[in-house]
Design a protein around this ligand. Structure first.
Ligand code: ADP
Length: 202
């Protein structure tokens, strides 16, 4: 059960929607709990206050989590308001999991690197690519800095091949390249697709 790394480190789990990122995060977190380690899991909140929630996979497994609006709230939740590295070690959990990490802004990077530097095992799960198949926000930088990276694939809904992309459909049709990455209030759906069957209208 001991970490293969000396001290804290960063593990990143990426892939398209439906690739099992949440499942894999839940699996790793559950094993840490079985090992009696202190674990804290966070995810982005859709409403305006942090609250108790859960990370749930599409297949129905879940683990308790705290929903937060921004990375600063993760920091505040773990430490109170003080600077991270001045906190005594025992106040930090041994494992911090963060789901849907692509939705956090540029503040996520410094936070997770501070945590890893303070001895925490940080497990991030998130989309590596947005619906256009472009690198998503802070994730590429964190992939480069991580000790361990797992790229998962889903199953292409068109041909059954391994899917590496998330197809956005608006009213059943492929979305346009210039649609915003985060669309509010539209009739949209997502499907896992391979490179061949992923379509973005220009
Ligand atoms: P992610 O967090 O990457 O979106 P989840 O862990 O929530 O993925 O869900 C993965 C589960 O989704 C799979 O185990 C499977 O039961 C289900 N699933 C639904 N559609 C697909 C698909 N097209 N490819 C693979 N798994 C799918």
């Amino acid at each position: 059960l001991k970490s293969p790394y000396h001290g804290g480190h960063l593990e990143v789990i990426v892939g398209p929607m439906f690739s099992g990122k949440s499942e894999e995060l839940i699996r790793r977190v559950t094993r840490a709990v079985i090992a009696r380690q202190r674990v804290a899991v966070f995810k982005p909140a859709i409403d305006d206050r942090y609250h108790v929630a859960q990370v749930a996979s599409h297949a129905g497994r879940s683990t308790p989590a705290v929903a937060v609006r921004e990375a600063a709230e993760i920091r505040a939740h773990l430490l109170g308001e003080g600077p991270l590295l001045s906190a005594p070690d025992h106040t930090l959990p041994e494992v911090v999991g963060i789901d849907e990490a692509q939705f956090f802004g540029p503040d996520l990077g410094p936070l997770v690197l501070d945590l890893a530097g303070a001895g925490v095992r940080v497990i991030l799960a998130g989309l590596d690519l947005d619906f256009r198949a472009e690198p998503f926000g802070c994730i590429p930088d964190l992939l480069a800095r991580a000790e361990s990276v797992e790229k998962l694939t889903a199953i292409c809904t068109v041909c059954g091949a391994p899917a590496t992309r998330s197809q956005r459909l608006i009213g059943g049709r492929p979305a346009r390249f210039d649609d915003p990455v985060v669309l509010v209030g539209a009739e949209e759906a997502y499907e896992a697709r391979c490179r061949v069957h992923h379509t973005v209208l220009r």
